[in-house]
Design a protein around this ligand. Sequence first.
Ligand SMILES: O=c1[nH]c(=O)c2[nH]c(=O)[nH]c2[nH]1
Length: 311
Amino acid sequence: MSEPGYLSAARYGKDLVKVCRVVRDGTQHHVVEYVIRVLLEGEIETSYTEADNSVVVATDTMKNTCHVFAKTSPHVLDPPMFALHLGLHFVNKYDHIKKSFIDIISLKWSRISVDGQPHKWSFVRDGDEKGLVELAVDATKGVDAVTADLKVGLKDLLVLKTGGSSFEKFHRDEFTTLPEVADRLFSTSVALTATVTLPPNTPLTIDNLTSIAKELDFPTMTSLIRKDVLDTFATDESASVQATLYLTLQNILKSCPAIKDASMALPNKHYIAINLKPFGLDNGSTYEGGAEVFHPTADPSGLITATVTRK
Ligand SMILES: O=c1[nH]c(=O)c2[nH]c(=O)[nH]c2[nH]1
């Protein structure tokens, strides 16, 4: 009997490859800790349709490659460049692999300050914030004509402001109960990705990676993105999550010329002023704010998302 369907998509790889790399620069140490996902596409159909494992680069081999590159790649401390190195490797090494997808989550190890001095080899996990890289490498037109879609970003950056946030003049109808507020708490967990324009005249090859790293300067780019997120959140007189989100993305496009679009997803983590009147206590006005005691609600949260693309 003929099969009712055909293989219309196939991609496979290793997820949650965890690796920590220490670079010892004399007694000054650097450390990164990554969670890597490697997925490959190419002429792999027969592994699904005919149980032909000859075309299967084992996912275990992909994991080993991450470990070997963590030792040998000159780009290991620069997550977007490390992703590019890995991604280009897979399409160069295996003729029948045409696309690679490398995602890297970077865990936060910040250098500890001792009496105001950065310590040479001691680090602290100061927050849940993670760095993000999402890379798609396309070598379907050959390894000399590789294109790539590279996104950098962050997630789980938790922020809260206790002033400079209102929500007024929103649409009202018979389903609306929310009062307008001129003063409220605003808290969110920032998730952001930004698409990077790769240097147009530099072919995407492993030999060109050092010049690409110099031109794009990801450490500076990612710290500018983070600074724009925090500065805009802190200083905007926020009329809504939507308006603050949009302003943040515009500021990122202003400060990072190599970014062609940026997207954010912001949960609005509601803090509700508790009614203390039954206890004879004043907990501020529901409109003008000034409340001091809040119930931090677990759910539901708002979820505000948008993308801003360079004109
Ligand atoms: O900034 C906000 N945007 C909304 O869309 C919204 N909706 C809501 O109930 N509160 C808020 N706050």
